[in-house]
Design a protein. Structure first.
Length: 307
């Protein structure tokens, strides 16, 4: 499948590197000229947990009009850039093109569907973690499964086809008929770990070090589980907590989540589609979410201090 990745940040670069090394025809599309220029000049550098580097030759461009029609468009842009990025990417899409969102948070599929039509869209989540070290240089700090599926939860051949394409690169990718549950499972992880890491100035691998932080994280998770259950999405608290702690314990030292990276660079965060999504759904279903609301207010107060 001819593939384009919209967003050449940390995760877009990591997934793109696997596709390119497997021989898939793939191009990174990003508005950042320094990133694209670095990839053109030096290749894409991926640094693993041990500090070893691999150099990947991959196509990259700032202009979607130069790419042509693709079979698969994987979206990795920040949530607040989704509409603008998707409109710019319309020249990439033909009648049979598939758009797969692997973005953080909740609500991206609706934004994409309004622009390209829901019939084109697959939705998914990935448990890989990565950090941008510089233009065209990314640290791949953690590995995990990726789940994708149809918005309506139906089994489909195209979801299996995309999962098989990604699996053939060495990634652990599964087509799921419970993609909403998978997304809310990842949303739980992000709501519990991203703002707490930022506000406590702790890298993700250090979040479990104190009893106080563990208590706060569990309180956040209780709210996420309650809001999910109100929507008939079954999340088991104990299983989610075990999954979150297991992932954090496996991260490389110094791993910074996406929100931590955003704050370090004084960029707008994705708090609105993470803890903000929990608060919004809690309001809709009459579930109290004071801990998640506090995370939203504190991170937004931090953002307001940016130049």
């Amino acid at each position: 499948m001819r593939t384009a990745i919209l967003g050449a940040g940390a995760m877009g670069s990591v997934i793109g590197s696997f596709l390119a090394e497997a021989g898939v025809e793939v191009v990174l599309v990003d508005i950042s000229k320094p990133i694209v220029d670095a990839i053109h000049s030096n290749g894409l550098v991926i640094v693993n947990r041990e500090g070893n580097e691999r150099l990947v030759q991959i196509a990259a461009t700032t202009d979607p009009n130069t790419v042509g029609i693709v079979d698969l468009l994987i979206v990795f842009v920040k949530c607040y850039h989704t509409e603008t990025a998707m409109r710019s990417a319309l020249p990439l899409l033909g009648p049979g093109s598939i758009v797969l969102s692997l973005q953080n948070g909740w609500g991206n599929a609706a934004r994409i569907s309004r622009i390209v039509g829901p019939e084109r869209v697959l939705l998914g989540v990935s448990y890989h973690s990565a950090t941008v070290l510089g233009p065209g240089r990314v640290r791949h700090s953690g590995e995990g499964p990726t789940y994708l599926g149809e918005l309506d939860g139906q089994a489909s051949e195209r979801a299996k086809k995309v999962a098989n394409l990604l699996s053939a690169t060495g990634l652990d990718v599964q087509a799921s008929t419970e993609v909403l549950k998978e997304i809310w499972s990842k949303l739980a992880l992000n709501a519990v770990t991203l703002p707490t890491s930022v506000l406590a100035r702790l890298t993700a691998d250090r979040l479990l070090d104190s009893a106080e932080m563990r208590i706060t994280m569990r309180d956040l998770l209780q709210e996420v589980v309650a809001v999910a259950e109100a929507q008939k999405i079954n999340l088991d608290f104990d299983k989610r907590w075990a999954a979150i702690t297991n992932l954090l314990q496996r991260l490389a030292p110094g791993t910074k989540g996406s929100m931590f990276q955003d704050v370090e660079h004084q960029r707008r965060t994705e708090i609105d589609v993470i803890n903000g999504a929990i608060v919004e759904a809690g309001d809709q279903y009459a579930v109290s979410t004071p801990y998640n609301r506090a995370m939203v207010n504190l991170v937004k107060a931090l953002e307001s201090s940016f130049q």
